[in-house]
Design a protein around this ligand. Structure first.
Ligand code: ADP
Ligand code: MG
Ligand code: MG
Length: 882
C-alpha cells in the first residue's frame, strides 16, 4: 500500500478517477500531468493517511515518513534543486484537497522551505531580493497563521504600520530594504507570541504543514461546509506537496483563476481574473481587485487596466489552448488556477466548476447542442433541487428604485433585508426570523455560517471569483461583490456610499444579476424562464416515464401548475374551498345542524359554489385528469376555538354562542388525526359526500356541454376497509347516474382511494375490487406507519437525525424501506386484482427527487406535487428513467 503518489509533467502515478484516494486536487493534478500540461512537479499524500491520522490519535502511518523522503528526493532531482539547499533552494506548497471540493475551507501553505539562509540563496539565484523577501514574508505569515496558530491580523497590523510610515498603499511598492525590516518585526512578534523562534529547519516546516493540513479537515468552517453539503466526515483530506512557481517575479509574472465558461450566466466566453506580480491567494482573497482575462471582458466592464490577453498575449494564447483542451477532456466547464512565472505558464488546479442553476442549464444545453455531451448527460448534470432557484422572484423592472452602489453581478437573484456587518449578527438575526443582507469588506472562510444565514451578500472588495462569490453561488445566495464605492465601517455599524450613510438594521435590496444595491425593499415579480429551461424540460419529457401532476385547489395554483408543465391535478383538497369568507358560515351551519335535514339545507348553499370551483378547475385542466378528494379533515377544524372567535362568529352568523361552544366541545377529539375524519365523515354523513359529488358531476357536465373535456377522478380519503370502499364507490356511481340521467349526458370518470393507512396497503387487493385507482397519500401514510404525528415530530426529529437513527426527515424524503415496502405491496396487490389500476402518489414526497426515483422504480404512473415543484419533479423523473 502506498501513502504517496507522484506527478510531474508527462507522467503521474494517479489519475482523475482516483478522487477518493488523492482528493479532487491531487487526482486532477495527476490527470493534467498525464495530459502533458505544464504542471509543477510534486506528490500527493493520500486521504487514507489522513484517515489513519484521525483514527490513531494524530499519529502518522508507518512508512509515510520514508515515502515522503523518497518522493522529496525525486522531486529535488526533477527540479534540479535541493530542499533546504542554501545555494539553490527548492520551495514547495503544501496544499489541502479533499474528495469533494471545499473551496477555501481548509489550509494551504506556500513558499515552504524558506528560512534566513535559503532566502539569501533565492536572492542570489534570481538576483531579485525584493522578490525573495516577498516570498519569505508571505511564508512567515501563512505558516505562522496556519501551522502555529498566530492570528493573521497581527501580521496585517505590522504591515499597515510600515505602510503608513513609508507612505505606500500597495504591497508591490515596498522595497527590499523595507521588507527586511518588516520580516524582522514579524519574527520578533512570532517569538514573543509563541516563546520560540520561527522554525528554520525546512523538514520541521514540512511536517508541521502536513499535520496542519490534516488538522484543517476538522476546523469549524470545514465541518460546517461538510454538513451543509452532506460530505461525510470520514473521507479525510489529501495533502499535495508541489514545487513552487512564482507569479510574483515582476511584471511578466502573474497569477489567476479562470472558468472556461461564465459560472454565473453560463455564457460560453472564457471568464476569469488575474493579477500581475502576485501570488495565488491574492486573487481569491480579494486583497486587490483583479483584472479581466480577456479584452472583451475588460471592455464590457469598462475597465482601464489591461487584460491578460493584452498585457501577456503569448502566454494568454497558450492558456486559452490549454483550458480548451481541459474542457474537452473533462467534457465539462473547468475552474482552473494558474500562474505565469516570467512568461511561462503553469497550471495549478482544475476542477468541474461550481455554477448557478441558471448557468448549469445554459451550459448543459449548449454543450449538448455543441455535441460535447448527449441530451441525457445534459439532464443528469442538473441537480433538480437547484431549479428552485430559478423559480424565485426577481425585481420588478417597473418598480422605482434608488441605486446606492454598484458592484459585480457575482451570483444572481434578488433579495431584500436588513443590513448586518458581521457573520455573527447574520446568524443571530436570521435565527430570530429576520431577513438580513451581510455587508462585508471582503469575506473570509470564517464567515460561512453568516453567509448561509443571510438572504444575500455584498462585499466592497474582491472580484467575481472571490471567496464570497464562489461560496454564494454554491449556496444559491444572491451576491454582489467588489462594490468599491462603498466604504464599510463595520465597527461603527455603518457604510457610506455616494455621499450617504446607511446604518445597521436599515433595509436594502440587491440584485445579484446586475450588481446593483438599492435603498429599501423593492417590489419583486415572478421570473421569466429562459430558452434553456424550456429545452431541458422538453428533453426531460422525452425521457421520463412518470407523469407529473400538481396539488392544487385554486384556479391560480392550477394555472401556475399548468404553466410549469403539470399533466393534471393529482390532489384537489376540497376542504380548502370551504374556508373562503363567503362559505365558511354555511359550512358551520352544516356542522351545527341537529339532523340530516338541517345539514342538507346548509349543504344546498355550498353546493353551487363548489360546482363553480370544479367547473373552473376542469376548464383549466381541459383534457387532463383532475383528482378531487372529498372532505377529509375533522369537522371541528371549521369551528371557532377561542372565546373571542366564538363570540365573533356568533355575532356574524346569528348562531348562538352557547350552541357554538357546546358543539365545538362535542366535536373536540383527543387524537383528531386518528379521529372522525376522512371517509368516516362520508360514511356517517353521506349527504356531505353526496352534495360534493353532485357539485362535481354537474360541473363536469357543464364543462362538457361547453365543449370541454373534463376527466374527473374521485378520491375517497382515509379508507381502511373494503366495506368502506364498496360503500363509497356505490355512492359515487349512484350520484353520477342520477346527474347523468338528469342532464342527458354521460362522461368517463374514475373512483378510487388514497392509500394512507397501513391497513389499506395490506388489504389493497380487496380495495381494488371497487377502487379504480390508488393515490399514495404518503404524508399520512408516513405518519400512520411510523406512528409519528407530523405536527409533534419537530422536537425529536432533529435529535433522531443527529444520532443517525433517521438518515433524513421521513416527511421530506420517503422512507423507502418501511413506508416504501407498504407501497410496493399495495402496488402488487392492487394490480393482482385489477391489472389496469391507475397508481400515483400525492403529498410532499411528490416533489422530492429521491422519492420520485422510488416512484419510478415501483412503477407508479404519476406523482403529484406543489405547483412550484413541478419542474423539479419533471427533471427528477427523467433522471430516474435515464
Ligand atoms: P485552495 O484549495 O484554498 O484553493 P490551493 O491549494 O489551491 O488552496 O492554493 C491556493 C493558491 O495558492 C492556488 O490557487 C495557487 O495560486 C497558489 N499555489 C498553490 N500551490 C502553488 C505552487 N506550487 N506554486 C505557485 N502557487 C501555488
Ligand atoms: Mg485552489
Ligand atoms: Mg391524508
Amino acid at each position: 500500500k502506498h501513502w504517496v503518489y507522484a506527478f510531474k509533467a508527462g507522467q503521474a502515478d494517479g489519475d482523475a478517477s482516483m478522487k477518493a484516494l488523492l482528493g479532487g486536487k491531487g487526482a486532477n493534478l495527476a490527470e493534467m500531468s498525464s495530459l502533458n500540461l505544464p504542471v509543477p512537479a510534486g506528490f500527493t499524500i493520500t486521504t487514507e493517511a489522513c484517515v489513519h491520522y484521525y483514527q490513531n490519535n494524530s499519529e502518522l502511518p508507518a512508512g509515510l515518513v520514508d515515502e515522503v523522503e523518497t518522493n522529496l528526493a525525486h522531486l529535488e532531482k526533477t527540479t534540479a534543486k535541493g530542499f533546504g539547499d542554501v545555494a539553490n533552494p527548492l520551495l514547495v506548497s503544501v496544499r489541502s484537497g479533499a474528495r469533494a471540493s471545499m473551496p477555501g475551507m481548509m489550509d494551504t501553505v506556500l513558499n515552504l522551505g524558506l528560512n534566513d539562509a535559503t532566502v539569501e540563496g533565492l536572492t542570489a539565484l534570481t538576483g531579485d531580493s525584493r522578490f525573495a523577501l516577498d516570498c519569505y514574508r508571505r511564508f512567515i505569515t501563512m505558516y505562522s497563521n496556519v501551522v502555529l496558530g498566530v492570528n493573521h491580523h497581527s501580521f496585517e497590523d505590522i504591515l499597515d504600520d510600515h505602510k503608513d510610515r513609508l507612505g505606500v498603499t500597495i504591497d508591490t511598492d515596498i522595497t527590499a530594504k523595507d521588507w527586511e525590516r518588516i520580516i524582522a518585526d514579524y519574527k520578533a512578534m512570532v517569538k514573543s507570541e509563541l516563546g520560540r523562534d520561527f522554525p528554520q529547519d525546512p523538514k520541521d516546516q514540512l511536517w508541521g504543514a502536513i499535520r496542519a493540513v490534516f488538522g484543517s479537515w476538522m476546523n469549524d468552517r470545514a465541518k460546517f461546509y461538510r454538513k451543509m453539503h452532506d460530505i461525510p466526515e470520514d473521507w479525510g483530506t489529501a495533502v499535495n506537496i508541489q514545487s513552487m512557481v512564482f507569479g510574483n517575479m515582476g511584471n511578466t509574472s502573474a497569477t489567476g483563476v479562470a472558468f472556461t465558461r461564465n459560472p454565473s450566466t453560463g455564457d460560453s466566453d472564457l471568464y476569469g481574473e488575474f493579477l500581475l506580480n502576485a501570488q495565488g491567494e491574492d486573487v481569491v482573497a480579494g486583497i486587490r481587485t483583479p483584472q479581466a482575462l480577456t479584452k472583451k471582458a475588460r471592455e464590457d466592464m469598462g475597465e482601464r487596466s489591461l487584460s491578460m490577453e493584452e498585457s501577456l498575449p503569448e502566454v494568454f494564447a497558450q492558456f486559452k489552448t490549454t483550458v480548451d483542451t481541459l474542457e474537452n477532456h473533462y467534457r465539462d466547464v473547468q475552474d482552473v488556477e494558474f500562474t505565469v512565472e516570467q512568461g511561462k505558464l503553469y497550471m495549478l488546479q482544475t476542477r468541474n466548476a461550481k455554477r448557478t442553476s441558471k448557468a448549469a442549464l445554459k451550459i448543459a444545453v449548449d454543450m449538448a447542442k455543441e455535441g460535447l455531451i448527449t441530451p441525457q448527460e445534459a439532464l443528469m448534470r442538473i441537480d433538480p433541487g437547484t431549479l428552485d432557484q430559478l423559480l424565485h422572484p426577481m425585481l420588478d423592472p417597473k418598480a422605482d428604485k434608488t441605486v446606492i452602489a454598484k458592484g459585480l453581478p457575482a451570483s444572481p437573484g434578488a433579495a431584500s433585508g436588513k443590513i448586518v456587518f458581521t457573520a455573527e449578527d447574520a446568524v443571530r438575526y436570521a435565527a430570530a426570523g429576520e431577513d438580513v443582507i451581510l455587508v462585508r469588506d471582503e469575506t473570509s472562510p470564517e464567515d460561512i455560517k453568516g453567509m448561509y444565514a443571510a438572504k444575500a451578500i455584498v462585499t466592497a472588495r474582491g472580484g467575481m471569483t472571490s471567496h464570497a462569490a464562489v461560496v454564494a453561488r454554491g449556496m444559491g445566495r444572491p451576491c454582489v461583490s467588489g462594490a468599491g464605492e462603498m466604504q464599510i465601517y463595520a465597527e461603527r455599524g455603518e457604510f457610506a456610499s455616494r455621499g450617504q450613510t446607511y446604518r445597521h438594521g436599515e433595509i436594502i435590496t440587491l440584485d445579484g444579476s446586475t450588481g446593483e444595491i438599492m435603498k429599501g425593499a423593492i417590489r419583486m415579480i415572478e421570473p421569466d424562464f429562459s430558452e434553456d429551461f424550456h429545452q431541458i424540460m422538453a428533453w426531460a419529457d422525452d425521457y421520463k416515464r412518470l407523469d407529473i401532476r400538481a396539488n392544487a385547489e385554486t384556479p391560480a395554483d392550477a394555472r401556475t401548475a399548468l404553466g410549469f408543465g403539470a399533466k393534471g391535478i393529482g390532489l384537489c383538497r376540497t376542504e380548502h374551498m370551504f374556508f373562503d369568507e363567503d362559505r365558511i358560515t354555511a359550512v358551520r351551519e352544516m356542522i351545527l345542524a341537529d339532523d340530516e335535514a338541517g345539514r342538507r339545507k346548509a349543504l344546498a348553499k355550498i353546493e353551487p359554489m363548489q360546482r363553480k370551483d370544479f367547473t373552473e378547475l376542469f376548464q383549466i385542466m381541459d383534457g387532463l385528469p383532475v383528482t378531487i378528494r372529498l372532505l377529509d379533515p375533522p369537522l371541528h377544524e371549521f369551528l371557532p376555538h377561542t372565546e373571542e372567535d366564538i363570540a365573533h362568529v356568533a355575532e356574524t352568523s346569528g348562531i348562538g354562542a352557547d350552541k357554538l361552544y357546546k358543539r365545538t366541545k362535542e366535536l373536540s377529539e383527543t387524537n383528531p388525526m386518528l379521529g372522525w375524519r376522512g371517509c368516516r365523515l362520508g360514511i356517517t354523513f353521506p349527504e356531505i359526500y353526496e352534495s360534493q359529488l353532485n357539485a362535481l358531476f354537474n360541473a363536469a357536465v357543464d364543462v362538457l356541454e361547453g365543449g370541454g373535456d373534463p376527466h374527473p377522478e374521485i378520491m375517497h380519503p382515509l379508507v381502511a376497509t373494503q366495506e368502506e370502499m364498496a360503500k363509497l364507490s356505490a355512492l359515487t356511481h349512484d350520484v353520477a347516474k342520477i346527474v347523468f340521467a338528469a342532464r342527458g349526458k354521460t362522461l368517463a370518470y374514475k373512483v378510487g382511494t388514497m392509500i394512507e393507512l397501513p391497513r389499506a396497503a395490506l388489504m389493497a387487493n380487496r380495495l381494488a375490487e371497487t377502487a379504480e385507482f390508488f393515490s399514495f397519500g404518503t404524508n399520512d401514510l408516513t405518519q400512520t406507519t411510523f406512528g409519528i404525528s407530523r405536527d409533534d415530530s419537530g422536537r425529536f426529529l432533529n435529535p433522531y437525525i443527529e444520532k443517525g437513527i433517521f438518515e433524513k426527515d421521513p416527511f421530506v424524503s420517503l422512507d423507502q424501506d418501511g413506508v416504501g415496502a407498504l407501497i410496493e405491496m399495495a402496488v402488487a396487490k392492487g394490480k393482482a386484482t385489477r391489472p389496469d389500476i391507475k397508481l400515483g402518489l400525492c403529498g410532499e414526497h411528490g416533489g422530492d427527487p429521491a422519492s420520485i426515483a422510488f416512484c419510478h422504480k415501483v412503477g407508479l404512473a404519476y406523482v403529484s406535487c406543489s405547483p412550484y415543484r413541478v419542474p423539479v419533479a419533471r427533471l427528477a423523473a427523467a433522471q430516474a428513467a435515464i
